[in-house]
Ligand binder design. Structure first.
Ligand code: COA
Length: 261
């Protein structure tokens, strides 16, 4: 089940108050082009640690630095919204394949999160405890070819894609791509897992997953949701829940501070 969340404004001095129930996943989408006010961006930049600032400055393109800044601020303001400390209080670490997690201060119950960004869009998913992964992609970027799918996807996914009329192939390609990324990101595996060793069935509602060696996992513990945050963006979220346990995904939008005033 997917339901909307009311929007909030990204203001580090006034994070909203948000709460997550057991089994609930909140996915927040932020459209980067709406965040152009220099003074507001400077306030968001103040939240970054020196390491985050150094990393951000290494991006060559201004729009990537912009996305990085928004991503860092979004995650910090959201932790504050769910857990109450100020946005600059949070410290992050990364797992063996680069998955970020909250290192301090410790929260009970722990909050899990994941982040994705693409041209024009940042998305962050938050949930209690459970493994979560999110991926967003921009359909307007260079069109993927069937060759990419034939090289990386599972045979059933390639067959499904080849059966689509050409005008549907980009959409179907990115449906598979975002789901595969969301799963890998929930597991924190990055690209260390072979992409053909798990396959999605898009005809199931919600999408279903199958595994083949070397991936050792249990399809019944996974829930997947797909969404289209805009005409050009596609999103998928993956969350691991105990088999049979309820899962409720809610999707909302983050606006610039002062928007609509
Ligand atoms: C790094 C990776 C996890 C995601 O990369 P991506 O799709 O290019 O980028 P996204 O914007 O979706 O995700 C990046 C964010 O994921 C998080 N992340 C990084 N490594 C991660 C991992 N191992 N697991 C989960 N999340 C991870 C980080 O927050 C990162 O953003 P940040 O560096 O600004 O903090 C990895 O899967 C990758 O390199 N993918 C390349 C694309 C590809 O070949 N995909 C095949 C899909 S079929």
């Amino acid at each position: 089940m997917v339901t909307p969340l009311p929007p909030f404004a990204l203001d580090p001095s006034a994070p909203p108050r948000l709460a997550l129930a057991e089994g609930e996943v909140h996915v927040w989408c932020l459209f980067a082009e709406r965040f152009g006010d220099a003074a507001a961006l400077a306030r968001l930049a103040d939240l970054m640690t020196p390491d985050e600032r150094a990393r951000q400055s290494r991006f060559v393109r201004a729009r990537d630095r912009h996305l990085q800044l928004l991503a860092r601020a979004l995650v910090r303001v959201l932790f504050s919204a769910y857990a109450g400390e100020p946005p600059d209080a949070w410290r992050f670490g990364t797992g063996p394949h680069g998955k970020p997690y909250l290192a301090a201060p410790a929260l009970a119950p722990p909050l899990a999160f994941n982040l994705s960004h693409t041209e024009g869009l940042v998305a962050a998913a938050f949930t209690l405890r459970d493994e979560v992964g999110v991926d967003v992609e921009d359909l307007d970027r260079r069109a993927p070819t069937l060759d990419v799918a034939r090289r990386f996807f599972a045979p059933s996914e390639v067959a499904r894609l080849e059966a689509e009329p050409p005008e549907r192939q980009t959409d179907v390609f990115f449906a598979f791509w975002t789901l595969k990324e969301a799963y890998l990101k929930a597991r924190g595996l990055g690209l260390s897992a072979p992409l053909a060793s798990f396959a999605f069935d898009l005809d199931a509602d919600p999408p279903a997953i199958r595994f083949a060696p070397p991936i050792d996992d249990e399809p019944a513990r996974w829930r997947f949701v797909r969404d289209a945050p805009s005409d050009r963006h596609r999103l998928a979220v993956a969350v691991a829940r105990p088999a049979g346990a309820a899962c409720h995904v809610r999707i909302g939008r983050v606006e610039p501070a002062g928007a609509g005033r």
